[in-house]
Design a protein around this ligand. Sequence first.
Ligand code: SAM
Length: 207
Amino acid sequence: MTPAQRRALEGLSARYAIPFAEAPLDPLAVFGRKAPLVLEIGSGMGETTTAIAKADPATDFIAIEVHAPGVGSLLNRIAADQLANLRVIQHDAVEVLQRMIPDGALAGIHLFFPDPWPKKRHHKRRLVQPAFAALTARKLAPGATLHAATDWQDYAEQMLAVLSAEPLLENTAAGFAPRPPQRPLTKFERRGVKLGHEVRDLVFRRR
Ligand SMILES: C[S@@+](CC[C@H](N)C(=O)[O-])C[C@H]1O[C@@H](n2cnc3c(N)ncnc32)[C@H](O)[C@@H]1O
């Protein structure tokens, strides 16, 4: 962790982080308004998160990330840009969804370049599994979308199979989706492209 990230965690959390709680989140208390709420799972260093939140001030965003340096980096970005519509929770995203997000509460979920766990014996650690698809689908409002992206071909295929099999979700495309213009390039994506990996987007709508 860099000194700046540590300082951010110590000095900016009270203002811009939401503590994990075993109780439903009150977006009105957090953002001081009622607006569509989008959750990002695994925001990493927060570059995409910040760019998307800046470009869409009418929507509120909550980033969830377990990795402390990433949270510190995102806190610094929120403070630097004085973003009123972006907050962060440092906790496991599955527990946040289960405990803090009421069913049907979300206008969208973003899952960009989740850890690929490339070794076959580690595939069970991948986030996108049937139970995760069911959980995320339940948290979306009808018509809201789950947008995932990955540069790992076999994970992309797994996502497509798992999300297609979830009865509450319908694919907005015939297979992989065209890249939605609001998703900017991330460092992981640039690295993946350099390695010759093709990036796949998936956009599924809650029925
Ligand atoms: C490969 S990185 C991608 C980061 C970012 N989305 C991007 O595109 O640059 C995946 C991130 O997901 C986070 N992560 C993995 N499992 C998580 C979980 N269960 N809850 C919250 N964050 C998680 C990791 O700490 C890591 O920062």
